[in-house]
Design a protein around this ligand. Structure first.
Ligand code: GUN
Length: 293
């Protein structure tokens, strides 16, 4: 069993990005600039956004954080989005989700200029991705395909079972793995909370992508010998033996599943770090106008 080391991989990619920034600087070109908008006090969102800003600093990108209280109105947030759309210095930006209940995530996502949508959440980017056109790919699936590519994991003709159908992970992941080319050319099954006998589907998988948001959901005896297991879950569960009283676990029961796999991502230290790195890769593409001129 080989660990798919998201920490090592993301450190390597960040070194590459830092070298690219240095080259841009020497050529007198624009330095990539990512902005992040955080509304409210959700503690997980605060951690994710800090990690995005810190990663920008590590690679030499410019970053800006726009923080607003939970009672910010939808109109106020829309105005922030319009201002970022029109700011020529900002190459790409994200509005961290979830938003407070009184704000429509759909309305905000649609207001973001798709040319700056480095989260890849806008339907224009999603539609272009689905049709195999150049697009900003959503960060988690982009991070996962990059991981498969850099570990040279074979995908052509493999049976991949994606567990979970969210707009930002499960659904785009299923599309990307079924696309022509590498990594792709998989036969994909997308299973979800209403699938019957989910374990029998997972037992058929050469590659499992678990993104259902349930701690330790995927069991050891659901995994085919030699399968590749990608765990997207980040779940905090109580653990009295820890000083903090809790710990992070994935959607996969790691201890039971790992001995059966050829490759597996740990939690933490797997997909999560690749997600942030993929956002940086998208921001560089935005700055270089690689997707949209
Ligand atoms: N909330 C959970 N994941 C993400 C993400 O990738 N981007 C944004 N904007 N919000 C999120």
């Amino acid at each position: 069993m080989q660990l798919l080391d998201g920490k090592l991989l993301s450190e390597n990619i960040k070194l590459e990005l830092a070298a690219e920034v240095e080259q841009l600087r020497q050529q007198g070109k624009k330095i990539p600039h990512l902005a992040a908008v955080l509304v409210g006090e959700d503690s997980a969102s605060q951690v994710y956004v800090s990690s995005k800003i810190k990663s920008c600093e590590q690679v030499g990108f410019k970053s800006s954080l726009v923080r607003r209280p939970a009672d910010t109105t939808e109109e106020e947030l829309l105005q922030i989005v319009y201002d970022l759309n029109n700011d020529p210095d900002v190459d790409g930006f994200i509005v961290q989700l979830p938003l407070p209940k009184h704000i429509s995530e759909e309305r905000i996502t649609l207001a973001i200029d798709h040319r700056k949508d480095v989260d890849g959440f806008h339907p224009i980017n999603f539609g272009r991705m689905a049709q195999g056109m150049p697009a900003f790919l959503p960060a988690t699936p982009f991070g996962i395909v990059e991981m498969l590519r850099r570990y040279n994991i074979e995908t052509a003709g493999k049976h991949c079972v994606v567990v979970g159908r969210s707009n930002i992970v499960g659904t785009p992941m299923a599309l990307l793995l079924s696309r022509k080319g590498y990594p792709g050319d998989c036969t994909v099954t997308l299973v979800h909370s209403r699938t019957q006998h989910i374990e029998d589907e997972i037992r058929q998988a050469d590659i499992v992508v678990a993104a259902i948001g349930k701690p330790n959901f995927v069991q050891g005896d659901w995994i085919k010998e030699g399968a590749v297991v990608i765990d997207v879950g980040i779940n905090r569960i109580p653990d009295p033996s820890k000083k903090s009283g809790s710990r992070l676990v994935g959607d996969v029961d790691f201890d039971a599943v790992a001995p059966k796999c050829s490759h597996i991502t740990p939690v933490p230290g797997g997909v999560g770090l690749m997600t942030v790195t993929a956002l940086l890769m998208n921001t560089l593409k935005a700055c270089r106008k690689e997707i949209y001129s």
